[in-house]
Structures are given as structure tokens and as C-alpha cells.
Design a protein around this ligand. Structure first.
Ligand code: MLT
Length: 263
């Protein structure tokens, strides 16, 4: 198995036989994983606000929520912003979510030709690792970056995914210089993931804009076994029926009522 990571979010060349994991820790893929683990039916990631409004018209009233951000803030006329803490079962269960964010939702479209395109975050890192190993394809990790630039926090998360796969130790894994670098970066921050958020441009922007609590929230590791997969424009969840890779057990994501996923 060969693992590469796209350190800069540029549309890759040929990935039709490659598994792809999109990562936007702060905060699009954290929102997607959280919403689906809380019972959202599906997520439709769209690049623009206009497309989000157009899409919403296609579905019966009351079945669909509009979510996302521009400049990290909730968009006028939308139901929800882009904090995973807004996406609890009481709001999202049984609903379709149309999501538009600055970087994350566009990233899915950049890699849509991948063999399987999954959403990764710290919330589901072990489950995603397990899924990649089960598929057995070469893997491209695709951090969504920060408006075309390198993003520290997404690369650290990519490094953790690489670490989980290497730790399984049952197959030959080869790394590119880029994926080696992501793995080294993860070693630097593994005891304190939030430190990498605080050093990152987007993490600092979120603190300045009043979203500091999202940093600690998005740093939770292995809280769900859901692997959201993007296919034909729609993201739907797959729940792995067994323990995810490298975790000692999964604590279900708590709801506001204190009940866990699937309870
Ligand atoms: C993005 O897609 O760029 C992010 O999710 C932005 C954010 O949450 O502020």
C-alpha cells in the first residue's frame, strides 16, 4: 500500500484507482462526521452559497437544512453555521444537510474521481484507517488547506491517519516524502493536538472570531465509527461494525440529552 498526501490542495492527476481521504479538521469534515454520527441522512457538499440555495429548492420543505460558513460565520438565510457543536441529533436527525464552506466542501469535488472518497477527522480517525486498510488501495490524503495554502492542522491529522495504518503493521506500506513529513509532524503534536490548532493560521482566526471552543471539540479522537463516503455528489455514512484501527474502544458521541450514537 502506497500512501501520499497532497500538502497543497491542488486537484490531483490520476486517482481513479486510489482511495482518497479529505480532511478539513477546522471545521468542515469535523462537521460532516459529527452530523452523520448524530443521524443526519446525508450531506450534499456544494462550492457556493448560490448552489446551496438552488439545491434546497429541489427538496420538500422541512427535510433539508442549510449549513456552512463564509469567513467562519453562519451565512445569512442559513439554518446552521460551521461549528460541529451545532450539529446534534435534535437538529439534524433524519435531515438532509446542504453544506457550503470556504475550503472543505470544494475539496470533495476536487477529488471526486477517486475510487472511494471518505471524510476524515480526529472524531473518526481509527474508523477511516480501518476502512483504508480494508479497501487495500493506494491512498491519497487530501487536506483541504487554507484557500490554496498548506494547513498545519489538516496535515497533523493526515499524519495521525498514516500512523494508525503503519501501527497495524500487517502489510507493506510505502510513504512519499510528503507523507513521511506529515507523519513526522504528527509525532511533534500527538500529545497536544490543540497546540497545532493554536499555531495554525485558521486556528488563530477561529479564536479571534469567537470560536475557540471548537478547537478543543474538534480535537476529540475516536468518538465515532462512522466513515462518511462521497459518491455522486452526496456524502452518506457507513458504520463500521467492529473496533476501529488503533483505538481501544469508541465512546459514542454524546447528544444533548446524554444519549449516545445508536441508543
Ligand atoms: C472551511 O471549509 O474552510 C472551514 O471549514 C472554515 C471554517 O469552519 O471556518
Amino acid at each position: 500500500m502506497h500512501i501520499d498526501i497532497q500538502l497543497i490542495p491542488v486537484t490531483p492527476a490520476t486517482i481513479s484507482s486510489t482511495s482518497v481521504v479529505v480532511i478539513d479538521i477546522l471545521r468542515a469534515t469535523s462537521v460532516i462526521v459529527h452530523a452523520i454520527s448524530q443521524g443526519a441522512l446525508e450531506v450534499i457538499p456544494v462550492p457556493t452559497v448560490e448552489e446551496a440555495f438552488q439545491f434546497a429548492k429541489k427538496f420538500p420543505r422541512g427535510t433539508t437544512l442549510l449549513g456552512g460558513e463564509r469567513g467562519s460565520k453562519k451565512i445569512e438565510g442559513f439554518d446552521l453555521g460551521n461549528s460541529p457543536r451545532e450539529y446534534f441529533a435534535e437538529k439534524v436527525k433524519g435531515k438532509r444537510l446542504i453544506l457550503t464552506t470556504t475550503n472543505g466542501t470544494k475539496a470533495f469535488h476536487s477529488v471526486s474521481s477517486g475510487r472511494e472518497v471518505a471524510a476524515g477527522s480526529f472524531f473518526n480517525i481509527g474508523a477511516v484507517g480501518r476502512r483504508c486498510l480494508d479497501l487495500g488501495q493506494d491512498l491519497l490524503i487530501f487536506p483541504s488547506g487554507d484557500e490554496g495554502r498548506f494547513s498545519l492542522e489538516d496535515t497533523v491529522c493526515g499524519g495521525m491517519l498514516i500512523d494508525r495504518i503503519l501501527t497495524e503493521g500487517k502489510r507493506l506500506v510505502t510513504l512519499t516524502d510528503a507523507s513521511q513529513s506529515a507523519h513526522v509532524l504528527y509525532q511533534r503534536f500527538k500529545e497536544n493536538l490543540i497546540e497545532s490548532f493554536r499555531l495554525s493560521t485558521h486556528g488563530r482566526d477561529l479564536i479571534e472570531r469567537g470560536f475557540e471552543e471548537d478547537l478543543a471539540y474538534c480535537a476529540q479522537v475516536d468518538i465515532t465509527n462512522i466513515v462518511p463516503v462521497f459518491r455522486e455528489g452526496v456524502i452518506r455514512g457507513h458504520l463500521l461494525p467492529f473496533l476501529s484501527l488503533g483505538s481501544t474502544g469508541v465512546t459514542p458521541v454524546a447528544t444533548r440529552e446524554g444519549k449516545g450514537e445508536g441508543e
